[in-house]
Design a protein around this ligand. Structure first.
Ligand code: FES
Length: 154
């Protein structure tokens, strides 16, 4: 069946339906998260399935995925048609481990934050709020976060 004009959304329509700014949609397109066809006049036209992709991107970001991770995930879905429920479900289940890890980290953070309430020191060495599990220590001693790496000199 040949797609009709009404099977495609303009960028304004996609923005209105998705709740995103047109600039964000253009950025998503630049990253390869969504795709548009072009009219003879060069205007973008989006398949309706892009609404679901945009919703997926936003949900993935809420889970904590970077846009690069989202792009990799979307790359496992068919590009030429709307994914079926099983395909969406298979992709979404890959988030389960990440969500579980985030929940565990939040519980740990909550337990360690008691000392931070009313403190405000943001100590690199002992503050669970500023440097949870001393992740900055892996970069080496000193104020690693404040100093840019030394430039290579010939
Ligand atoms: S703010 Fe002082 S220990 Fe976190």
């Amino acid at each position: 069946m040949t797609p009709t004009r009404h099977d495609r959304l303009t960028i304004g329509e996609l923005a209105a339906r998705s709740g995103l700014a047109t600039s964000a949609l253009r950025y998503y397109e630049e990253l390869g998260l969504i795709h548009a066809e072009r009219t003879a006049g060069g205007q973008r036209r989006y398949q309706r399935q892009m609404l679901r992709r945009v919703a997926f991107v936003r949900a993935a970001q809420r889970v904590g995925l970077s846009l690069e991770e989202v792009r990799d995930t979307l790359g496992r879905l068919p590009a030429d048609r709307s994914p079926n429920a099983a395909e969406w479900s298979a992709v979404a289940t890959t988030w389960q481990a990440r969500i579980d890890r985030q929940i565990a980290e939040l519980f740990t953070l909550r337990e360690h934050l008691t000392g931070c309430i009313g403190c405000g020191c943001l100590s690199q060495g002992s503050c669970a709020l500023y440097n949870p599990r001393d992740v900055l220590g892996a970069d080496g001693p000193g104020a690693r976060k404040l100093l840019p790496p030394a430039p290579d000199r010939p």
